[in-house]
Design a protein around this ligand. Structure first.
Ligand code: PA5
Length: 448
């Protein structure tokens, strides 16, 4: 099997190879801190050896539960937010047919998402869509108390129970949550739902390779074994004993920290394969929540290209020079489309006739990278041989490992997210949640 590679040549000129190499000692110390559990947030390092520690029995149990939903349901609604939804959504978007919603003859249930926002119209439309359909629910919440998914679950659980009766509903609901604590654990135990556990030592944004990601991915008919195998191979490729120059996670972490030090405060993750849009959304959460703290951290942004060259291209080319770009470059597409000859050639595209669409895309990628570098945007290229479960598994683990290293290089705890609580406190106070009386008075006074 091939492996993901990294190329930082187009950052040189903005930073030097020596400056990147100067991070080696710190990067090594960061890797040691991860592997020896001696750094900040060391009670959340369960993701580090997760791929190699995942057993055949665990995968079989997930596949069996997924098989049950697959055989009974036309639609499965995955309920979760943040780390409890973005990983599976990323895989499904990357590997499912882009027009999945419209497929008439389905091999796999349609997977829809809920609980990742609080839009009333969205929930109404989802609920209408589910009417008359055989559907099931996968409710994912590590804490078991997050408002957005809890709200969606309350509404959809009632709809399911009203439709098929409480007994059947119980068989169509799977909960993925903490082993012992939280409201979802209590409810799941009371109702006798099938459950899967999110390990205590794996934080939400690092949980895609636990049942959080694996169960919905298996329900969608995508190989979780290949995904985990890819991640396990990347675990080896970025292990503690791999020299700095060969460890692509360390190189990525060092390069982005050096660029940050030089004033590049925003990293734009770009792809020329728009099916990777949600990989970027997953990456944004991973890096945003891990590094954005103590008034520090690279701002993680993302673009789908060439689409966004027609909206953000101007800014990237000529806006404030505080950005760098990391391109996920895909080797071979999974399908072939050849450009036909047109006799009239009114669009003047006959010079492309006989070529694959991907050849045009590749030249767009190359031309864009050169233009952006010329415009003062350093460019890191991460090459992924193809968009398959195996390589997405590699990509997930690569970004996770690099994130742990990068957070330590930045000097923050990459495994907490204290800032996420601020909006919740205000929202609960405004909604008069019991226990928030004092905050409620204070916030209402501020609003007068
Ligand atoms: O990374 C994190 O821990 C968070 O973003 C969570 O993934 C998100 O808030 C969802 O939390 P939970 O799974 O507890 O509902």
């Amino acid at each position: 099997m091939k492996s993901i590679t990294i190329n930082i040549d187009k950052t040189l000129g903005f930073v030097t190879q020596e400056q990147i190499n100067a991070w080696e000692t710190k990067a090594k110390a960061s890797i040691d801190a991860l592997h020896n559990s001696s750094g900040a947030g060391n009670d959340f390092l369960g993701w580090l050896h997760l791929p190699s520690a995942t057993t055949d029995e665990q995968l079989t149990a997930i596949e069996q539960a997924a098989g049950r939903l697959r055989s009974e349901c036309e639609i499965v609604v995955v309920i979760g937010i943040g780390g409890s939804y973005l990983g599976s959504k990323a895989v499904l978007e990357a590997l499912n047919n882009s027009f999945d919603l419209l497929l008439k003859e389905r091999k796999n249930p349609l997977i829809l998402y809920a609980g990742h926002q609080i839009g009333e119209d969205y929930l109404y439309e989802l609920s209408e869509t589910l009417k008359g359909k055989q559907f099931g629910l996968i409710n994912i919440s590590k804490s078991g108390t997050t408002t957005e998914p809890a709200l969606a679950f309350r509404i959809l659980k009632k709809q399911l129970e009203d439709t098929v009766g409480p007994d059947k509903a119980r068989q169509r609901i799977i909960a993925v949550t903490d082993a012992r604590k939280g409201a979802l654990r209590t409810l799941a135990d009371q109702e006798g739902y099938t459950t899967f556990v999110i390990p205590d030592n794996v934080g939400g944004r690092f949980s895609v390779l636990t049942p959080v990601g694996l169960l919905p991915i298996a329900v969608a008919g995508i190989s979780i074994r290949e995904l985990v195998a890819g991640a396990a191979d990347m675990e080896k490729a970025t292990a503690k004993d791999i020299p700095f120059a060969d460890n692509i996670a360390a190189i990525y972490a060092a390069t982005r920290n050096e660029l940050y030090r030089k004033g590049m405060k925003t990293e734009i993750l770009a792809n020329f394969h728009p099916k990777l849009h949600y990989i970027a959304e997953w990456w944004k959460q991973l890096y945003g929540e891990s590094e954005g703290k103590e008034n520090k951290g690279i701002f993680p942004a993302a673009v789908d290209l060439t689409t966004d060259l027609h909206s953000m291209g101007q800014w990237i080319q000529e806006g404030e020079r505080t950005i760098f770009e990391t391109v996920i470059s895909v080797g071979d597409p999974n399908h072939t489309v050849v450009i036909p000859t047109d006799q009239a050639d009114l669009d003047g595209l006959n010079f492309l006739a006989g070529k694959r669409v991907d050849e045009v895309n590749k030249m767009a990628e190359l031309g864009t990278s050169l233009a952006h570098v010329d415009g003062g945007v350093p460019n890191i290229r991460i090459s992924i041989p193809a968009v398959t479960p195996y390589y997405i598994g590699q990509l997930f683990y690569f970004f996770e490992k690099a994130c742990g290293i990068s957070g330590y290089l930045l000097g923050v705890n990459p495994f907490d997210q204290p800032g996420v609580e601020a909006y919740k406190k205000n929202m609960f106070a405004l909604l008069n949640k019991p226990g928030y009386e004092k905050e409620s008075e204070a916030i209402k006074a501020r609003l007068q």
